[in-house]
Design a protein. Structure first.
Length: 95
């Protein structure tokens, strides 16, 4: 004997056919600009240890939303990374 959808409970679905989930609130740690926190005014293109922290293995530059830098320092960071790449201090790509 078949039951109607309304009698069977619908399997956790509402009238529109979409599943209902309880919203869970995740508290994320607020990202902050490392350069503003340490009051660094100039990002040196020769400081490879600092620049490599903002480039993954694939040698791409991390975006602001991932690195947490402010827009002012992100622009300076990109300029320093590009200068270091031009002088072959940092690779453009990885193998």
């Amino acid at each position: 004997m078949r039951m109607r959808r309304s009698e069977a409970g619908g399997g956790g679905r509402d009238r529109g056919g979409k599943k209902q989930f309880k919203k869970k609130f995740l508290f994320r740690k607020k990202k902050f600009c490392k350069f503003c926190d340490e009051k660094i005014k100039f990002i040196d293109y020769k400081d490879l240890r600092l620049l490599q922290a903002f480039t993954p293995e694939r040698a791409k530059i991390f975006p602001r939303r991932i690195s947490g830098t402010c827009s002012k320092h992100q622009r300076k960071l990109m300029q320093a990374i590009k200068r270091a790449r031009t002088l072959a201090l940092i690779p453009f790509t990885s193998d």
